[in-house]
Design a protein around this ligand. Sequence first.
Ligand SMILES: O=C1O[C@H](COP(=O)(O)O)[C@@H](O)[C@H](O)[C@H]1O
Length: 221
Amino acid sequence: MSELRQALAEQLAEAVFQALTDDLARQERVLLVVSGGSTPVPFFKALAAKHLPWKQVDITLADERWVDEQSRDSNAKLVRENLLQGAAADANFVPLTTGDLTPEEGVEEVAKRAASLPWPASVVILGMGGDGHTASLFPDSPELTLALATDELLVAVRTPSQPQPRITFSADRLHQAKRHILHITGDEKRTVLANAMSGDDVRQLPIRAFLSCPLAIYWAP
Ligand SMILES: O=C1O[C@H](COP(=O)(O)O)[C@@H](O)[C@H](O)[C@H]1O
């Protein structure tokens, strides 16, 4: 882990800590939506070390692969092992999978679970892939149009470029958050983001759906 990426993770953790603390001064519970993938691990560790009233914090994911929670591809496993540690284990984590075989079968149950969270989210932290996807809004997904347009909470997606089916919060639900942050690292993602900023076809680079939220960008080389 480079020093710059570590510093970025710590600055992001401080910003999220401040946002949750500010909201907790006005409301009983707060919701934090995080992303999976490899980028957020140092951020999760830095946030877990913050002195928050964790019992008042709900945490869920922007998206999830439809895999067993023990799978190394599970975003829930990543959150449990890196964020829900120490005092932060008192947070209420709401995962996005069920025991159903497919996300199409499980999406309704997950939506019921997610509906009980204290929306709007205080903060949504998005990641981004090299193809411009964010959450599980992929350029090559047949369900992209639905996920960008629906006012349902969640959408089951099957994407040719991805090995597993997935479930994702809809763009509408993510848009409703009070604050939006994009956490990315590396020159390749900086170039993808620059391309996204110089055009407007959301289907080509789905991160474009969040550029005017407004979106705070946390980037390090
Ligand atoms: O598939 C996913 O990838 C993106 C980015 O992941 P990274 O490994 O490049 O950091 C992530 O935002 C998303 O939640 C995850 O499901």
